[in-house]
Design a protein around this ligand. Structure first.
Ligand code: AMP
Length: 354
């Protein structure tokens, strides 16, 4: 059994997989650092955990009660949000990989430290258990330099200011799901509270809408998507850096346009602000899609995933109406499953003897 661990900014999610990638059990600890909840299967209990290490220890205890002891696990596999330019493939966790993840932390200060905390906690609890990591940015490592480079001085580029792209595990899972039927030029939309798209040419990412951070690209639930750097500078001069960051990440997007970041409620509303927010979301998804289609030199199929992509037919239809000028192509819907991709990556490494 493989235990997949996804340590978010204030939560910890786990999923246990069999070696044939059957999901056996899912669980989570939410609101880490304050009054939160632990869930595992049907069990649910209020808990107060100080940090991710404590949340993981609690989860390991709960798994024991559910009959899954550490001894029964063959591996722990972690989602790491950012791999930078070095960690571009799934890896067995070694002291070198831990150092590399630490080095990337300035690029993902809210996430990578929690991913590391979970790995180190496991090392303490079960030093002999092999651990693996899959990186959220790695799928986009195949983007050409012309796509990843910002046209800014070399010193800034060398300091790490470049496009990385995110949602990579979701896109890797989509590409994998097509098996031998993988379209040549596939446009993939991951539309959830965070939203991005990816141009997948012969199974490889060649362009994506997110950049240096997950802020850029499409209009999102609470993130602005693309905004001119000069506008950010002016806002920052007025509000200060911290408030500007909070505004662009937590208080923009659909939330700013219609007072709600939940697409389902926006679709149920019948007012101008909600309609405008929905139109904005679809218009910009399609505008960015045009850019991705040019990068691929055309379009053979479209796939949607994520909470909105999977469930909101009207949003898929609106976006596809914008894209009608590219011809009539097959449209697929595939459920997002980053955890399964992480388990699949770990299994492949184990099979290869790592
Ligand atoms: P995610 O971040 O992938 O969990 O997606 C969350 C988003 O999916 C929210 O905006 C939800 O409102 C949206 N969503 C989930 N189910 C539906 C649905 N049936 N119709 C429209 N939007 C939905």
């Amino acid at each position: 059994m493989i235990l997949v661990v996804n340590a978010g900014s204030s939560s910890l999610k786990i999923e246990v997989f069999d070696h044939d990638l059957t999901s056996l059990l899912t669980g989570s600890v939410t609101n880490i650092g304050t009054d939160g909840t632990i869930k595992l299967g049907d069990m649910r209990r209020d808990v107060n955990t100080a940090d991710h290490a404590q949340a993981l220890a609690l989860m390991i205890e709960a798994l024991k009660v559910a009959g899954i002891t550490i001894e029964k696990l063959t591996a722990a596999a972690h989602r790491v949000v950012h791999g930078g330019t070095i960690l571009v493939e799934p890896a067995r966790i070694t002291p070198q990989v831990i150092t590399a993840i630490k080095n990337v932390t300035p690029l993902a200060p809210l996430h990578n430290p929690n991913n590391l905390a979970a790995m180190l906690a496991f090392q303490d609890m079960a030093p002999d258990l092999p651990q693996y990591a899959s990186f959220g940015t790695a799928f986009h490592a195949t983007n050409p330099d012309v796509a990843t480079r910002y046209a800014i001085p070399q010193t800034q580029h060398d300091a790490g200011i470049r496009r990385y792209g995110f949602h990579g595990l979701s896109y890797a899972h989509l590409a994998e799901s097509f098996g031998t039927d993988l379209p040549h030029r596939l446009l993939a939309f991951h539309l959830g509270n965070g939203a991005s798209l990816c141009a997948i040419l012969d199974g490889k990412s060649i362009a994506t809408s997110m950049g240096y951070s997950p802020l850029s690209g499409l209009t999102m639930g609470t993130r602005s998507g693309d905004i001119d750097g000069a506008a950010v500078l002016r806002i920052s001069a007025a509000l200060g850096e911290a408030e500007t960051e909070r505004m662009l990440i937590q208080n923009s997007g659909l939330q700013a346009l219609a007072g709600d970041n939940d697409m389902r409620s926006l679709l149920n509303r019948d007012d101008d602000a909600a309609r405008f927010a929905v139109d904005h979301f679809c218009y910009w998804a399609a505008r960015h899609a045009g850019s991705a289609i040019v990068a691929m030199g055309g379009l053979d199929a479209v796939v949607f995933t994520g909470g909105i992509g999977e469930n909101a037919g009207p949003i898929r239809d609106k976006i596809m109406t914008h894209l009608a000028c590219f011809g009539d192509v097959p449209v697929h819907v595939i459920a997002a499953d980053e955890e399964k991709q992480i388990a699949r990556d770990a299994l492949a490494l184990m099979d290869a003897g790592y």
